[in-house]
Ligand binder design. Structure first.
Ligand code: GUN
Length: 295
């Protein structure tokens, strides 16, 4: 059984990105810039945003965090985005979700210039992904990170049955659309399962590659997995655990203890898919910088 080490792959990738940024700095005296906007005080979002900014700095990119009060109006946020769209030193704009309820997330996503939408959430980027115009779009970071893991671990995908559990706009839908593309690292037959799917186990058991993103702790049990399958766990769920100092621990959407005994490869939680998301955000920002500078 292969343990897919996302922490190591992410760290290798960040080293590669760091040397690319350094090359650009010496060649043209410019580096990529990412702006992250956070509205309100959600503690989990604050941690994510801080980590994104820290990783940017570590690889030599510019990063700015704009912290706006929870009461910020939608118009003020849209004006800020318009300003950043017009700023040639800004290559990536990310508005951390969730936003407060009085702000329309769709309006915010639409306001970001697709060329700077390093999250890959804008309909233009999603549309280009569906059409297979991958050189013209940004792929959302978690699906792109999973693809990178499959590539780096040499997992064969052509003609395999990939089952995606979950249909979110951030993970499930772009993931399924990516795996069906005619690329060396994809080219799968794809099935999507979701909360209304009947007899989900009968479908997950057919998967050669099982990708799970439903946000339910240890939902996938051994009897739902075909022996020898590759299992990718996107879930991050907090469960109570009195044996730990904090009183809780993180588990995925897959019952790792059971499933790791029969899978051929599996991502752990933490340390699997999670660390890849930031690495892919940095990769998208570098890509935007290259496109903006004709490199
Ligand atoms: N909230 C949780 N994950 C993400 C992400 O990848 N991008 C944004 N913008 N918000 C998030």
């Amino acid at each position: 059984m292969v343990l897919i080490d996302g922490k190591k792959v992410s760290s290798d990738l960040q080293q590669e990105l760091k040397s690319s940024v350094e090359k650009h700095r010496s060649a043209i005296g410019k580096v990529p810039g990412l702006v992250v906007i956070i509205v309100g005080q959600d503690p989990a979002s604050q941690v994510y945003v801080r980590n994104k900014a820290k990783s940017c700095k570590e690889i030599g990119m510019n990063s700015t965090v704009i912290e706006l009060e929870a009461e910020t109006t939608q118009q003020l946020l849209l004006d800020k985005i318009a300003e950043l769209n017009a700023d040639p030193d800004v290559h990536g704009i990310l508005v951390q979700q969730p936003l407060p309820p009085h702000i329309d997330e769709t309006a915010v996503t639409l306001a970001i210039d697709p060329k700077k939408d390093v999250d890959g959430f804008h309909p233009v980027n999603i549309g280009n992904l569906v059409l297979g115009h991958l050189d013209q779009c940004y792929i959302s970071c978690t699906p792109n990170g999973i693809l990178e893991l499959l590539c780096r671990y040499g997992i064969e995908t052509k003609g395999k049955h990939c089952v995606v559990v979950g249909r979110s706009n951030i993970v499930g839908k772009p993931m399924a659309n990516l795996m069906v593309q005619k690329l060396d690292a994809t080219n799968c037959t794809v099935t999507i399962c979701h909360s209304a799917t009947k007899d989900i186990a009968s479908i997950t058991r057919q998967a050669d590659i099982l990708i799970v993103a439903i946000g339910m702790a240890r939902f996938i049990k051994a009897e739902m997995v075909k022996p020898g399958a590759v299992v990718i766990d996107v879930g991050i769920n907090r469960i109570e655990d009195p044996t730990t100092k904090s009183g809780f621990r993180l588990v995925g959407d897959v019952d790792f203890e059971q499933v790791s005994l029969i899978s051929s490869a599996i991502t752990p939680v933490p340390g699997g898919v999670g660390p890849m998301t930031i690495a892919m955000l940095l990769k998208n920002t570098l890509q935007s910088f290259r496109r903006a500078n004709g490199l």
